[in-house]
Ligand binder design. Structure first.
Ligand code: M6R
Length: 607
């Protein structure tokens, strides 16, 4: 799972490749590398770790050449070392790869017995070795690349660069996206449009199985049957503005603080498209004849689906099928042709979510992408695109995207409820009004930050934590635990409050903080009892509630955070803010790499 880029340029390639890789670093930061062609010879620089290390290496030892390829890696096969970093070079060919070559063992064995010597632990080297063999057999670069690709199984986006060929890059993709950028007198290939945004916004997307023969004058595309194909050009609307952190120490904190503005923007957009303009809106969905809703996503996006399940079932009376995208297609659920399937993803490039979409597409009546990146593969392959309007999210931990995913989905649920008459006009208006006031309430919660920072300093000394919530607060407990572990490396688990007594309560002692997320809704008393069970066993609880809940639970909590009262339907959005701040400040106290935690990538483009 990596980012790749290729350039046939007018200027020196190395600085342009570095800029493009900076935009792709969200796909992985285990190592980075580039290869160029200088006076007909392949030149290569690679470095373990973040792109900054490659930048330093290039500053010490530059490479020349106007044609080149680049890569930023999230390690799958082989540890994150310089040796395993891309580009992989064998004789006269250098390649970069995103994806997983599933038959690499078979290819490796075949090539080894034919005399090839492998230098790395990666699946990708098999591609370079195979192509080098075909070149040795006398095939032209294009034929060698094509014949290589025809032997591969798995998912791949590839760029091939050949010694002596300053005006050629061969691109190929299957199951991983690849986009061609059309500049003036220069051409590009990349994993996504973001990588190209500083050079061109004129792009064409390759389709599964395509091979692209790219030169400075244009591109020839061969489809999976190796027939010449036309891939239309479009104007990409990507925002590559080099967003800075402003006065914030980390992008994550900045993104947490953007939430009031973004929720107001979401309100502005969806209140118009759903209430006023009605059926004429392209993103308005007809829920009248829907018999089921399918919701799927990964990680934080999946938790947004979990929240939305309550909304669709309760407000619109529509049964919901819900699964992790990574499980969905392998479970092979029978789907109804009267169902609508929602796929939720910040990046729109998550491989598991894309696979789930492709599975559902065969049966359901409509697929809906709930995405932040409108140019993404998920958006392009779905029938309807609902933009969450969160702006670019840079921090690997998803915060503002989660809030905006929920805000987008609640509009769908109330719209569905109105269309199906399961939600009265008054109830609808109440929720709309609450949505209008939500940004102000989120600002009030952000005002609790210094208090949360103090609590976090104590939290940072723990080796584990539990988060509990019931009903719509259960997904927020899961999200709180995920945020804490991914940022601070403290082991944390989220549980439905009622589950505590079925096992996890044995973990409770005076050292284990238990975060209890409990607005005073219909389930408050039940959660309150679960908190009592923890306190009775000497546990320490951080209660997150409202003033009514705080007044009712004056019983020796370790800490209590009092949030403003909020419409119960919107409580998941508001109660997310303190758990984000808790995770952020705990990680900041521990001094971990908040924006790029170890072992992670922003977008997971392999299964
Ligand atoms: O881009 P996506 O929303 O599809 O990404 C899904 C997950 O990989 C993502 O939410 C992940 O869990 C985040 N690191 C959570 O902070």
């Amino acid at each position: 799972m990596c980012g790749i880029v290729g350039i046939l340029g007018k200027d020196e390639a190395a600085p342009i490749l570095l800029k493009a890789l900076r935009q792709l670093e969200y796909r992985g930061y285990d190592s980075a590398g580039i290869a160029t062609i200088d006076e007909g010879r392949l030149r290569r620089r690679r470095a373990e770790g973040k792109l900054a290390n490659l930048s330093e290496s290039l500053a010490r030892d530059p490479v020349a050449g106007k044609t080149g390829i680049g890569h930023t890696r999230w390690a799958t096969h082989g540890k994150p070392s310089e040796e395993n970093a891309h580009p992989h070079q064998v004789g006269p060919v250098s390649i970069v790869h995103n994806g997983i070559i599933e038959n690499y063992r078979e290819l490796r064995a075949e090539l080894t017995s034919a005399g090839s010597t492998f230098q790395t632990e990666t699946d990708t080297e098999a591609v370079a070795q195979l192509c080098a063999r075909f070149l040795r057999d006398g095939l032209s670069p294009v034929d060698a690349a094509t014949k290589t690709v025809d032997r591969l199984r798995g998912s791949y986006a590839l760029c091939f660069l050949f010694e002596g060929e300053e005006d050629l890059i061969v691109g190929a993709c299957h199951g991983s996206a690849l986009v061609i950028g059309h500049g003036v007198g220069e051409m590009f290939v990349a994993s996504d449009t973001l990588a190209l945004a500083t050079r061109t916004n004129r792009v064409s997307y390759l389709e599964d199985g395509d091979i692209a023969i790219v030169t400075r004058v244009g591109v020839t595309v061969l489809d999976s049957k190796r027939k010449q194909a036309d891939r239309p050009r479009r104007i990409a609307s990507v925002d590559a503005s080099t967003t800075d952190k402003g006065h914030f120490r980390h992008y994550m904190l900045k993104e947490i603080h953007e939430q009031p503005t973004l929720l107001a923007r979401s309100f502005e957009h969806y209140s118009k498209s759903i209430q006023l303009i009605g059926d004429k809106q392209a993103d308005r969905i007809d829920y009248s004849i829907v018999d089921r809703i399918v919701l799927s996503g990964c990680g934080t996006a999946f938790y947004a689906c979990l929240v939305a399940r309550y909304w669709f079932e309760r407000l619109a009376g529509i049964p919901v099928d819900l699964d992790l995208a990574s499980e969905f297609r392998y479970r092979e659920p029978p789907l109804s042709d009267r169902s609508i399937a929602f796929f939720v993803s910040q990046s729109g490039e998550t491989a598991d979510t894309l696979s789930a979409l492709r599975y559902a597409k065969k049966t359901v009546s409509k697929t809906v992408a709930v995405v932040n990146v409108e140019e993404s593969s998920l958006a392009r392959e779905s029938d309807v695109v609902l933009s969450i309007l969160a702006g670019r999210e840079i921090s690997v931990a998803s915060t503002k995207a989660f809030a905006c995913q929920m805000a987008t989905l609640v509009w769908q649920a109330i719209d569905a409820g109105r269309q199906r008459n399961t939600l009265e006009a008054d109830g609808f208006r109440e929720i709309v009004m609450a949505l209008q006031f939500l940004p102000g309430l989120v600002s009030q919660v952000l005002d609790l930050e210094s208090r949360i920072a103090v609590i976090s300093r104590e939290f940072a000394t723990s080796s584990g934590a539990l988060f509990i919530g019931r009903g719509m607060m259960f997904p927020i407990a899961l999200e709180g635990a995920l945020k804490l572990k991914e940022l601070s490396y403290i082991h944390a688990e989220g549980y439905a409050g009622g589950e505590l007594k079925h096992g996890p309560i044995s973990l409770v002692d005076e050292k284990m903080p238990v975060v209890v997320i409990a607005p005073t809704d219909s389930l408050f008393e039940k959660t309150y009892s679960n908190m009592q069970e923890v306190l009775a066993r000497g546990g320490k609880t951080l209660l997150i509630t409202d003033s009514t809940g705080a007044a009712m639970s004056d019983i020796g909590c370790w800490h209590t955070l009092v949030l403003p009262e909020v419409h119960p339907v919107l409580a998941p959005i508001l109660y997310t803010i303190p758990v984000q701040l808790l995770a952020y400040h705990t990680a900041a106290t521990k001094g971990t790499d908040v924006d790029q935690p170890r072992n992670l990538a922003k977008s997971v483009t392999v299964e």
